[in-house]
Design a protein around this ligand. Structure first.
Ligand code: SF4
Ligand code: SF4
Length: 363
C-alpha cells in the first residue's frame, strides 16, 4: 500500500482533548458517546473525554444529521392564493469518529440524493457537515459484516481520517480543503514521518489477519448471482413468520432513505407546513396505492424487498451494495432476524457455500 506522506499529519493523544475543545468553540461537534447497556449514540460533545473512540455502531447512524427524522420542506399560506415558501433547515457542524461502515452509508445517501431531481435540502445540509472518520482496528461484534461488503477499510467520503497507530498518537489522513483548514487552525498537529506511515502500514497488515475471511460463506463477487436465484426462496416465508413489521431495521440502517411527505395545516386551515419523515418499506401502508391495493401485502415480500434493496437493486443501478455491513438491523431486531443468518440460509439453499470465501493469504 503506497501512502503520500504530504497528506498525513499526526496528533499526540495528549492533545486530543485540546483539539476537541478548540474545535467545539468554533462549531458544533457531534461524536459517539457511551450510553447505558453497552450502547452508543452520536451526540454533541465539547470535550475529548466525552468521545467514545472504541465503540460498536451507534443506535442510529449519522444519517440522522444528513436526513433528519422530521424535516420541514416548505410553509404554505392559501389566504391570498397558492403561496408556498421552500424551507431548508441546516447547521454547520463537525461529525467526528465516523467508522468506515457509516462513511459508506453517507456515500450511498449522496448517490441517491444527487440523482435527478436533486434533493436540495439534503445536498445543502451535507455541504455544511465536515466529516472526521475514525478507523476501527478490530471487529465490533458478531453482527458486523463489513468485510463481506468491503467496508472494513477506509474508502474516501471524509475530510479527515484518524487511525490510532500507537499508545501516544493518531495518524490523520487529510483528504479535503475543509480538513486542511481544521488542521491549520488547530495548530496541534505535526507532519507525519516515514516511521508513522510505516506504523500505519503495519497496522493495516495486521488488520488483514483480523478481517481474514468474509463473515458469511460467499465471495463478494457472487452475491449478485445469489440474489438472482433467491427471489422465490423459502427463506422469505420463514422471515414472514417472525417479522413484527416494526420498521426498526430500516430506521437504524445507514443507507435507508425512504420518507413520506405530509401537509399539515394550522388551525386557521389557511397556513401550514409540508414536512417529510422517515418511512419504512416494512410498514404495510408503504406500498399501498389509491384504491387500497398494496403491492407488498405480505411481510415476507417486504423482507425480501429490504434485502434486494441492499444487495441487488443498488448494485444494478449504482454498482455498489447498499448494505454497509454495520450490523444495526440485526442488533436491533426484536424478532431476532439476523442479516448474516439470512444470507447464510440463502447461500445454503442455493448451494453456493464457500467457507473460505474472501480468504486473505497471510505471511
Ligand atoms: S426490525 Fe425485525 S421485526 Fe422489525 S421490521 Fe425489521 S426485521 Fe421485522
Ligand atoms: S442492512 Fe443492516 S447491516 Fe446492512 S447497512 Fe443496513 S442496518 Fe447495516
Amino acid at each position: 500500500m503506497l501512502h503520500n506522506l504530504e497528506q498525513y499529519v499526526v496528533l499526540a493523544k495528549s492533545d486530543f482533548d485540546h483539539f476537541i475543545v478548540a474545535l467545539a468553540r468554533e462549531q458544533k461537534v457531534f461524536a459517539p458517546v457511551a450510553k447505558d447497556f453497552g450502547q452508543f449514540s452520536f451526540e454533541q460533545v465539547t470535550e475529548g473525554r466525552q468521545v467514545a473512540l472504541k465503540y460498536i455502531p451507534t443506535i442510529l447512524p449519522p444519517k440522522k444529521y444528513f436526513m433528519p427524522q422530521y424535516e420541514t420542506l416548505a410553509t404554505f399560506d392559501t389566504s391570498t392564493g397558492q403561496n408556498m415558501e421552500p424551507v431548508v433547515e441546516y447547521e454547520k457542524m463537525v461529525l467526528l469518529g465516523v467508522h468506515t461502515c457509516d462513511l459508506a452509508g453517507i456515500q450511498c445517501l449522496n448517490m441517491v440524493f444527487n440523482e435527478r431531481p436533486k434533493d436540495l435540502n439534503y445536498l445543502i445540509r451535507k455541504n455544511k457537515i465536515t466529516i472526521i472518520g475514525y478507523e476501527c482496528n478490530d471487529y465490533c461484534d458478531k453482527y458486523a459484516s463489513c468485510r463481506l461488503v468491503h467496508n472494513h477499510t477506509p474508502n474516501g467520503g471524509y475530510d479527515l481520517f484518524f487511525t490510532d497507530i500507537s499508545t501516544d498518537k493518531f495518524i490523520v489522513h487529510v483528504n479535503t480543503l475543509a480538513g486542511e483548514e481544521i488542521i491549520e487552525k488547530a495548530n496541534v498537529f505535526e507532519p507525519a514521518s516515514e516511521a508513522d506511515l510505516k506504523a500505519l502500514e503495519k497496522l493495516r497488515t495486521e488488520k488483514r489477519a483480523i478481517f481474514a475471511k468474509n463473515e458469511v460463506p460467499i465471495e463478494h463477487e457472487r452475491i449478485s448471482e445469489l440474489f438472482d436465484k433467491a427471489y422465490s426462496s423459502k427463506v422469505w416465508e420463514e422471515l414472514a413468520e417472525k417479522c413484527l413489521a416494526c420498521g426498526n431495521c430500516t430506521n437504524v440502517c445507514p443507507s435507508c432513505y425512504c420518507f413520506d411527505v405530509i401537509d399539515e395545516p394550522n388551525l386557521d386551515l389557511k397556513t401550514g407546513k409540508r414536512y417529510r419523515k422517515w418511512d419504512s418499506c416494512q410498514n404495510e401502508t408503504f406500498a399501498k396505492v389509491a384504491g387500497g391495493e398494496s403491492f407488498r401485502e405480505e411481510r415476507g415480500a417486504r423482507q425480501r424487498h429490504r434485502y434486494y434493496r441492499k444487495f441487488k437493486y443498488p448494485l444494478d443501478k449504482f454498482s455498489r451494495f447498499f448494505c454497509t455491513g454495520c450490523g444495526r438491523c440485526s442488533r436491533t431486531c426484536m424478532a431476532g432476524i439476523n442479516l448474516k443468518e439470512t444470507l447464510s440460509k440463502l447461500i445454503d439453499e442455493q448451494g453456493m457455500k464457500n467457507p473460505n470465501a474472501g480468504e486473505v493469504k497471510l505471511g
